[in-house]
Design a protein around this ligand. Structure first.
Ligand code: SAM
Length: 273
């Protein structure tokens, strides 16, 4: 568990880092398509995790991005991956809490783009984070937020026990100081933080039988549930045996010829006036 007022529900062990890496492979092109970093833009990525998307944003802008991440374990793996891919120069990775950005005085108001993905659902005061993102960009600079709204997930044909297991998974969020409905709140947060909201969309995050990456989506979903196993068992709402049976059901679902995962993440953009 990471220190701090909220507990990052997914953790940072190697299996979870592999899941995050796999998810980045599935997600980053779609994020880039929406964010569209412009040449020369100065980018700040907060709650950067393993830094794969930070590097993709920096690569697209042709600049070096500043990334903020609290976990030493994530930072070590982010640096290892960046070096292995010859991209260490793209990352200015800073250890710190997103409730108190580790920026130098002259950096406030100097970024063209501040970005956060899958972060706000995990922090106790998301508005404080977005306020700092707004302060970090220049006048006219963009603040882009991407987050989950876990309630939109649908599997069909639904594996037995899945709906109640997903409810139990979402219930682990508030107990750890996290918010499973963050996605729907992004535009409101931008406005409350002093940005002018300008665009929102959903980015599809699903697949179906026959699509080459469908097994990765199924594996990602199982990884998410396995990662929350102890929290769900501790709540008393789920028993180990039932969880195992439902996960087996999801595997069987993934092997069918007619199955589909319907899921999307929320995406919103605003500008500093
Ligand atoms: C789900 S990961 C997302 C990483 C990355 N943004 C991505 O989309 O791949 C969330 C990250 O936020 C970090 N995090 C959570 N709370 C934080 C905080 N208060 N300050 C800094 N980082 C935090 C976690 O350590 C984790 O690496």
């Amino acid at each position: 568990m990471e220190p701090g007022p909220s507990h990052y529900v997914h953790g940072t062990d190697p299996e979870e880092q592999r899941r995050l890496t796999r998810m980045n492979r599935l997600l980053n092109q779609a994020s880039l398509r929406e964010v569209r970093p412009q040449p020369g833009e100065r980018v700040l990525d907060v709650g950067a995790g393993l830094g794969q998307l930070t590097r993709a944003l920096a690569r697209a802008a042709g600049t070096r991005a500043v990334a903020i991440e609290r976990s030493e374990t994530q930072i070590a793996e982010a640096l290892r991956q960046a070096e292995a891919e010859g991209e260490a120069d793209l990352l200015d990775l800073r250890r710190g809490d997103v409730l108190d950005f580790p920026l130098r005085a002259e950096e406030w108001g100097a970024f063209d783009l501040a970005h956060a993905r899958f972060l706000l659902e995990h922090v106790p005061d998301p508005l404080a984070v977005v306020r700092q993102m707004v302060r970090a960009v220049r006048s006219g600079g963009r603040v882009v937020l991407e987050d989950d709204d876990h309630d939109v997930l649908r599997l069909w044909p639904e594996p037995p026990g899945f709906a109640s297991l997903w409810q139990a998974y979402m219930a682990t969020y508030p107990r750890a100081g996290n918010d499973p409905d963050m996605g729907r709140k992004l535009v409101r947060l931008l406005a409350e933080a002093g940005a002018r909201p300008s665009r929102n969309t959903w980015i599809f995050f699903g697949g179906c039988a026959g699509a080459p990456d469908f097994p990765d989506y199924v594996a990602n979903l199982i990884g998410v549930l396995e990662g929350a196993r102890s929290a769900m068992i501790a709540s008393g709402e789920v028993r180990d045996g039932d969880l195992d049976a439902t996960i087996e059901g999801i595997r069987a679902f993934g092997a069918r010829g007619d199955s589909a995962i319907w899921y999307a993440r929320s995406w919103a953009e605003g500008r500093r006036p």
